[in-house]
Design a protein around this ligand. Sequence first.
Ligand SMILES: Nc1ncnc2c1ncn2[C@@H]1O[C@H](COP(=O)(O)OP(=O)(O)OP(=O)(O)O)[C@@H](O)[C@H]1O
Ligand SMILES: O=P(O)(O)OC[C@@]1(O)O[C@H](CO)[C@@H](O)[C@@H]1O
Length: 304
Amino acid sequence: MIYTLTLNPSLDYMIELDQVALGELNRTNNEAKFPGGKGINVSQVLKRLDVDSKALGFLGGFTGDYIEGFLKSLDIQAEFVRIKEDTRINVKLKSETETEINAQGPSITKENYEALKSKIRRLTSEDILVLAGSIPASMPDYTYEELVKICNENGTKFVVDAEGDLLRKVIPLKPFLIKPNHHELGDLFNTVITTCEEVIPYGKELIKQGVQNVIVSLAEKGAVLINNEITLIATVPKGKVISSVGAGDSLVAGFIATYARTKSIEEAFRFSVAAGSATAFSIGLCTREKAEGLLPQVTIKMQS
Ligand SMILES: Nc1ncnc2c1ncn2[C@@H]1O[C@H](COP(=O)(O)OP(=O)(O)OP(=O)(O)O)[C@@H](O)[C@H]1O
Ligand SMILES: O=P(O)(O)OC[C@@]1(O)O[C@H](CO)[C@@H](O)[C@@H]1O
């Protein structure tokens, strides 16, 4: 079974305005609410690709009820630890450019965390755990490290989509896949990366340090996959970006779903890029049809 873990889910409140005038009253042209948080998005895209998963994490308050109800209506299995405070609300503002304001998240008690850990302890070598997104500010930055050590004890494969120290600390623990974007990769190595070619030496260094597969996304500039055997560079489809929220999560879901079906890294990478772009070109997350429609535009080049 595929499990997704969202320790800091969100109700994503998307608002569209022609222009934002700071310090003035602004009125929207359009608004929408979505259940969000990276792991929850991965579960939603997996569902659209006909792959079942179970969503884990923390949910609380009216925002937590909304997300739980929404997942239920989509027939996505979920087993969240209920917490006292409200799940956060993240604001996604679309005007001439995209701006995101992500909240820090609720307090998590020791009991909440213990309850979560006991769920992770039940996973086996047949399972895969996707740890995605930030963690509530009240939790320490070794949280993912602690959780993936439990995975390693039980032979559970794991994928991490996170940034900064959360990501850094899991690298030696041999994740099956990590998916930093080029900014996040640059942060890991204290440098600035702007092209697919510049990604390669840093990606290879991550493989040396223990990562099994790394996909680095560079939005419209392409994506790079590196493992012990191959380095692949993908072109990205062209189109009108409606909202890129969840594009990275769709890439992760597209990769996992296709790899599970075909065991081909190259096919999985190609579909993952199409799925990421299909989301960027949609309101909300991609559909299977939209991703498949973009596949012919994704070309893969093998690098030495
Ligand atoms: N402007 C764009 N045009 C086409 N495809 C895009 C664009 N932006 C994102 N994508 C698609 O989405 C994938 C992930 O995008 P990106 O590199 O922005 O990841 P991310 O920063 O993790 O995304 P996010 O955090 O917004 O979910 C890209 O590999 C690409 O397939
Ligand atoms: O604050 P985090 O956890 O890093 O990111 C959370 C978030 O921006 O990621 C998803 C898109 O990838 C959104 O649904 C959500 O609001």
